[in-house]
Ligand binder design. Structure first.
Ligand SMILES: C[S@@+](CC[C@H](N)C(=O)[O-])C[C@H]1O[C@@H](n2cnc3c(N)ncnc32)[C@H](O)[C@@H]1O
Length: 275
């Protein structure tokens, strides 16, 4: 078992904060040791100081990628915080699509900004399809799903989930959008898979490369890992990349600071960019 000295923890913590915004408190020390052990053993490092040097020297980006894959927490599930999806279906989509259709537009853009292993974007894709019904093909209802973790994204792109991860998915939707494989796995059907475009994106990037603006953004249960300064900065960035009248969803345990918050508060964890 490797020991993590105060200095080693400080160095790694600062590096991870600078790179990914993830704010590792002292309580996360054991987690850091636990999640990085294997890499140190595999690479034959004597201690975390050697590992840190390796991270800093690596020009390929692979070492940092692996560090973030191991440190990030990708916990998620289908229909997590279900009321958001109900509100999206019953209020947000009718309002936004009526407005768009009235101005002759059929381009609806949604961004799932911490997609993890895909359960959230596929939930959103099901909600969109259920909402549009037979009109779906007349709309360009594109969804971008991003995450910093390449490992989580690989799972998302594969779109295969064991039985126990499907428990929150209504049976009707499960049978419609998934195909059973083997005894205990479910694969997302191709049509739904194609609704989602997965890309790696670090929310800490200085430049956000999106050309169009989004009507709806889900950025849930990731800001809990960031500090208030970072959350405030992100809220400003999301605001810039949203359409006027667009809706911004965060996790129920998260809040946006009231001061300087560019969005209008709608209800817990739902905000609006006022038109
Ligand atoms: C707990 S999961 C949340 C998943 C989903 N949004 C939900 O609510 O169920 C947090 C995700 O945020 C991602 N993440 C952490 N830091 C990030 C960053 N700087 N940029 C983009 N994604 C990040 C992690 O990789 C992880 O997949």
């Amino acid at each position: 078992m490797y020991q993590l000295t105060d200095k080693e923890f400080r160095d790694l913590r600062e590096f991870i904060y600078e790179y990914a915004g993830i704010n590792l408190t002292d309580q996360k020390r054991a987690l850091v040791v636990g999640r990085l052990q294997k890499v140190l053993t595999r690479e034959g490092f004597k201690n975390f100081a050697q590992y840190y040097e390796y991270i800093k020297k690596d020009k390929t980006g692979k070492a940092v990628e692996e560090l973030i894959n191991r440190i990030s927490t990708n916990h998620t599930f289908f229909f997590r915080e279900k009321s958001h999806f109900e509100y999206l279906h019953s209020a947000v989509l009718p309002e936004l699509t009526t407005r768009l259709a009235a101005s002759g537009q059929k381009d609806f853009r949604l961004w799932c900004a911490a997609a993890a292993t895909g359960e959230e974007p596929y939930t959103l894709a099901m909600v969109l399809r259920e909402f549009f019904g037979s009109q779906y093909n007349q709309w360009q209802a594109g969804m971008l799903a991003t995450d910093i973790s390449t490992q989580a994204l690989q799972t998302a792109i594969r779109g295969v989930y064991p039985d126990e991860r499907m428990t929150h998915t209504p049976v009707k939707l499960r049978n419609k959008y998934f195909q059973k494989i083997g005894q205990d796995k479910w694969a997302v059907k191709d049509a739904l898979k194609k609704d989602v475009l997965y890309r790696r994106f670090n929310l800490m990037s200085e430049r956000w490369p999106f050309r169009g603006r989004f009507h709806v953004v889900f950025c849930r249960n990731v800001m809990i890992y960031f500090d208030q300064v970072t959350r405030n900065r992100l809220a400003q960035m999301f605001y810039q990349f949203m359409q006027p009248g667009g809706y911004f969803f965060i996790g129920h345990s998260e809040t946006l600071g009231r001061e300087n918050c560019p969005f209008e508060y709608v209800m817990p964890a739902v905000y609006k960019k006022v038109a």
